[in-house]
Structure formats: C-alpha cells, structure tokens
Design a protein around this ligand. Structure first.
Ligand SMILES: [Zn+2]
Length: 63
C-alpha cells in the first residue's frame, strides 16, 4: 500500500483496539470492519490513536 497523500487513512486505538478508516467522500472517520465485525472497541474509552506511524508530532533530535 502506497500513500500518495500525507494524510493518514487509518487509525487504531492503542487502548481498546477500536479501528477507523478515513473516508474521502464523507471526509470523516468511519468505523472499520474486519470479516463483518465492526471494530468498535470500548465506547467509553478515551481513544489513544495510533495513526499508522505517519504522524510524528514530536520528533526528538538528539544533537
Ligand atoms: Zn479506545
């Protein structure tokens, strides 16, 4: 899978395993499904998104 855009297209919660994918048409995050099962995770979770490693807001530069 090659990413032409720099925007993330998928994200998974590190806490409850909720998975979402970016829908370009709706311009919104949609719940991902796997084998017909919706990966809802824990609805009460304060999701901690792991966005495919494409986002690195803080990069430590040890010089
Ligand atoms: Zn979560």
């Amino acid at each position: 899978m090659t990413a032409r855009l720099r925007t993330p297209t998928a994200r998974v919660c590190e806490r409850c395993d909720r998975a979402e994918r970016w829908d370009d048409d709706l311009e919104a995050w949609q719940l991902a499904e796997e084998d017909g099962d919706k990966l809802v995770g824990n609805p009460h979770c304060l999701h901690e998104w792991d966005i495919n490693g494409t986002f690195n807001p803080v990069v430590e530069n040890g010089t």
